[in-house]
Design a binder for this molecule. Structure first.
Ligand SMILES: Nc1nc2c(ncn2[C@@H]2O[C@H](COP(=O)(O)OP(=O)(O)OP(=O)(O)O)[C@@H](O)[C@H]2O)c(=O)[nH]1
Length: 358
């Protein structure tokens, strides 16, 4: 029996994984693709967006959402049973695509393909790591070396591990293909610099392509034939190197919560308000849905750092609450400190209830 190929799409929060998958589904050339989507945070935004993308070959039953924690930590409880269920109808599947959460370490997930139940039937076609070229160029994943040096001088015992930097490096190390996405936001020279940086980080030769909005032919993303489950032991993460004692990997460094508010006056008012909130509280990622007075459609809201995008995707369903629901993700300390203020500020963006009802 031929094994079903599975592609793991990974990359940091907001790098463009869902956008790339959406494009892939629209250009799948008739392939029947099942999607497994894992998100950090309790709001299934990516699944909701992909289910609503209107691609005929992507049926609702082919999209499985895993929102019960980060996929790399719930492999046994969630991922293996999900794969087994998908395989029950494998005769109708050409490919499986797995979108990890932006905070996942790909290594434990890929290693899970060596579990006998899965290994007999599926092979990892490749790990595709999506990189936000603009964020790399802006230094989001690198420490300010001057600051680190000063902090170390002040306290020699300081254990330097920037969680963003580590995750970024681990996701690159796991890759068979690197996608330098958001190429539209940087110039050619900057893109070349980003490429050199990630190639150096990978420490081995691997394919690198650039993209705008994840637009790449399906043949570039699928059919790598890497068999990554057999290679992953040689691509160890920082975590595996530092915690060989079996210490559980968790996501203590990051935190997420869902914030809610009422209808807003306009897209501009909402966007400006959110921009201020994101900056004031160092929110890394904010995404979800909102309602604008007088507009029957639901507004999708996507913030990656200070860059905010919105679009209306579908009418509110009868009985569906018209309001703002956003998942906010950031470093644990910043989010803990800011939670009450963030909730209050998002709630304050809404029109007074009476005006909203008018
Ligand atoms: N300018 C620009 N924006 C992009 C590009 N790719 C994605 N985006 C935007 O970046 C934001 C995040 O994109 P997503 O595809 O949701 O990113 P993600 O990696 O799935 O995010 P998480 O699942 O939250 O980790 C959205 O507003 C996208 O429209 C690109 O190539 N250029």
């Amino acid at each position: 029996m031929q094994k079903i190929p599975a592609t793991v799409i990974t990359g940091f929060l907001g790098a463009g994984k869902t956008t790339l998958i959406r494009n892939l589904l629209q250009n799948a050339g008739g392939r029947r693709i099942a999607l497994v989507i894992n998100e950090f945070g309790d709001l299934g935004v990516d699944g909701d967006i992909l289910k609503g993308c209107g691609v005929e070959t992507c049926r609702e039953e082919d999209v499985v959402e895993l929102t019960n924690g980060c996929i790399c930590c719930t492999v046994a409880d969630d991922f293996i049973p999900t794969m087994e269920k998908l395989l029950e109808r494998s005769d109708r599947l050409d490919h499986i695509v797995i979108e990890t959460s932006g905070l996942a370490l790909p290594q434990p997930l890929v290693a899970a393909f060596n579990w006998p139940e899965v290994k007999a039937r599926v092979t990892v076609d490749g790990v595709v790591t999506v990189i936000d070229a603009a964020a790399v160029a802006a230094g989001r994943f690198a420490d300010d070396e001057e600051k680190v040096r000063a902090a170390r001088e002040a306290d020699e015992s300081l254990d330097h591990d920037n969680p963003l930097e580590e995750l970024f490096e681990d996701q690159i190390r796991a890759a068979d293909l690197l996608v330098l996405n958001k190429a539209d936001l940087v110039d050619a020279q900057t893109l070349a610099g980003v490429r050199a940086k990630v190639e150096a980080e990978a420490g081995r030769r691997l394919a690198v392509v650039s993209s705008e909005n994840g637009r790449l032919p399906a043949d570039v993303l699928l059919g790598l034939g890497a068999g990554t489950e057999d290679l992953i032991a040689g691509r160890r993460s920082h975590h595996e190197i530092h915690h060989a004692d079996g210490h559980e990997h968790d996501h203590d460094d990051f935190e997420s919560f869902v914030v809610e508010g009422g209808e807003c006056a306009s897209v501009e008012a909402l966007t400006e308000g959110l921009r201020t909130i994101v900056a004031a509280h160092d929110i890394l990622r904010l995404k979800g849905f909102a309602a604008i007075r007088g507009k029957p459609m639901r507004l999708v809201v996507q913030a990656v750092g200070g860059r905010i995008e919105t679009y209306f995707d579908r009418p509110f369903a009868p009985g569906e609450t018209r309001g703002t629901r956003l998942v906010a993700i950031g470093l644990h300390d910043a989010m803990d400190r800011g939670e009450a203020a963030i909730r209050e500020a998002v709630a304050a963006l809404a029109l007074p209830a009476r005006a909203a009802a008018e």
